[in-house]
Design a protein around this ligand. Structure first.
Ligand code: NDP
Ligand code: 8X3
Length: 253
């Protein structure tokens, strides 16, 4: 059994990763996010479908380094050896030209997508020492490869994730930790609803007239990446809906 820590497992891609990996009977799951009640629902659903799958949930805001340190130091003994870290927690806030940008939105994206990912990674690496197949998967984005109109700060955070993934791959090489970046295009999750602060209609419009990726599509790709033999690492995987060419060009019905 390999122990997987998934950040942002209460929704979207993180939740789908939990469900897909649970279905494979070779993973035990450490799930965290800010909404504990949502995590408990994910756990319940998983355990009714896969009663033997071990799941441990805890509330975490990845922006809180002191909290992470405290929680990591107090993890139950059975959960102190981690094989796989999926750095998935992240968000976008707003879609405005930079001159109209909201500083609070910028801070939330930078603190979550860059600093949060760094804090979690820093505290998790020591817990991977015993693993025979340690692996870190970072959720980047097409926004970490391209910059699109009004995407400014979100794109910058995902470019930072791209740089950090490459840096981790160098720094962690001697430790034998695989590092992979998964870079999706449009995935229909709560992402756009969060970006547009609860405006469901505007969020829905993002995916109008095309078939976006689902969280499950990405989770199945992550499962494939994790299943490669010990000598094979997939460094970086850019994946988009067939109807999307790059960060800006899509075709709609
Ligand atoms: P969702 O909004 O559905 O899920 C985001 C998850 O991140 C939630 O579980 C949320 O949990 C968690 N999260 C957000 N902020 C924090 C925080 N401060 N501390 C802990 N957890 C947090 O979006 P997605 O599933 O789409 O997004 C997952 C990742 O995929 C993100 O990194 C996103 O940037 C990336 N991505 C998404 C794409 C898309 O089109 N959807 C495309 C490319 C990349 P909670 O609110 O309970 O804390
Ligand atoms: C999310 C993909 O292009 O909607 O990272 O910003 S995009």
């Amino acid at each position: 059994m390999r122990t997987v820590l998934i950040t942002g497992a209460s929704s979207g891609i993180g939740k789908a990763c939990a469900e897909v990996l649970a279905s494979e009977s070779k993973y035990r799951l450490l799930l965290c996010a800010r909404r504990l009640e949502r995590l408990e629902e994910v756990k319940q659903k998983i355990q009714s479908a896969h009663p033997t799958c071990e799941v441990f949930c805890f509330e975490l805001d990845v922006r809180e380094n002191n909290e992470i340190e405290k929680i990591w130091n107090n993890l139950p003994a059975a959960w102190r050896n981690i094989d796989i870290l999926i750095n998935n927690a992240g968000l976008s806030q707003g879609l405005e030209p930079i001159q109209n940008g909201n500083i609070g939105d910028w801070d939330r994206m930078i603190d979550t997508n860059i600093k949060g990912l760094l804090y979690v990674t820093k505290h998790t690496i020591p817990l991977m020492e015993q693993s025979v197949a340690p692996h870190i998967i970072n959720l980047g984005s097409i926004a970490g490869k391209d910059v699109y109109p009004n995407g400014n700060v979100y794109c910058a955070t995902k470019h930072a994730v791209d740089a950090l993934t490459k840096a981790m791959r160098i720094d962690l090489l001697e430790k034998g930790i695989k590092v992979t970046s998964i870079d999706p295009g449009m995935v229909e999750t709560e992402f756009s609803e969060v970006r547009f602060k609860g405006d469901k209609e505007r969020a829905k419009d993002v995916y109008r007239g095309l078939t976006p990726l689902s969280g499950k599509d990405i989770a199945e790709i992550i499962s494939f990446v994790l299943s490669r033999p010990a000598h094979v690492n997939i460094n970086d995987l850019l994946v988009m809906p067939t109807a999307q060419a790059n960060g800006t060009v899509v075709v709609r019905d």
